[in-house]
Design a protein around this ligand. Sequence first.
Ligand code: XMP
Length: 328
Amino acid sequence: DWEMGSFADDAIKAVRRKVGSGKVLCALSGGVDSSVAAVLLSKAVGKQLTCVFVDHGLLRKNEGDEVEAVFGPEGNYDLNFIRVNAQKRFYDRLSGISEPEEKRKIIGEEFIRVFEEQAKKIGAVDFLVQGTIYPDVIESGFGKSAVIKSHHNVGGLPDHVEFKEIIEPLRMLFKDEVRKTGLALGIPEYLVFRQPFPGPGLGVRIVGEVTEEKVKIVQDADAIYREEIAAAMEAGLIPKSGREGTLGQYFAALTNMRSVGVMGDFRTYDYAVALRAVFTSDFMTAEAAQLPWEVIGKVTTRIINEVKHVNRVLYDCTGKPPGTIEFE
Ligand code: XMP
């Protein structure tokens, strides 16, 4: 894409001029916006950039390793990469907490804390990179009515990190332009066309209290679901994502419900996993997707057979409104 290629070239030059010999810090989530911002900065200032990636233990299966493979020392980019394995800290703080907003608050706060500790270790930072995009700019400009959910975006501003200036290289771009810029910068397609993933991660896809065991259950179920959807897309049963009119988001969530089942000759009393898939253009409203029954059936069989402590799979038919896309 010529236009976004030239945008990227100009943005790289502008950043280089602004940063000079300064030190730059970036919170990397592995999501599209922060990834594109990080690569752009890396092309502009190389090792003057440090990316901090906090693994809060609420990521999708293998996601931490995938982010490390791309951005870490064995990866493709010239930057300093720090991965913080903070899983246990988050699980400890979430223990016993089941109220959704309280969970969101804890995850957001702990995230900032971990990030600030790293920033302190790195020492004097001149610039902080944010993956803010144009819709974020508009959204924060208007008085929003009721707070449905307190959003936590990776890279939310830390209070105790001193820096001269914020750099927001994507703040004039819409999502599709961010993706095109990512492609122009040579970022792999699977990363550029990733579905959105909330800052609080699986914390809002596990209804009620989060435990390490529940995280494992939802990670495994979700991985199976995504694998089968990818296969169904390959087979032409579902239109491929990343294009207009295709699935906006699909994931497995763990309900807090256990129910009775039978496995072989034995009674089971285990969790129910919920599958969700939605069509959406702007994530403000969404429509539940009518996935082919054969796909849902296959996913169900695999989850029951392969994931321990699950004996029931439910399909979420709710649109937004009245549902939200995430469960909490
Ligand atoms: P809801 O659940 O509010 O989600 O219908 C709408 C879109 O926003 C994503 N989402 C978040 N993204 N931080 C984020 O960066 C958050 O705290 C957060 N909560 C929800 C959700 O995945 C969907 O795409």
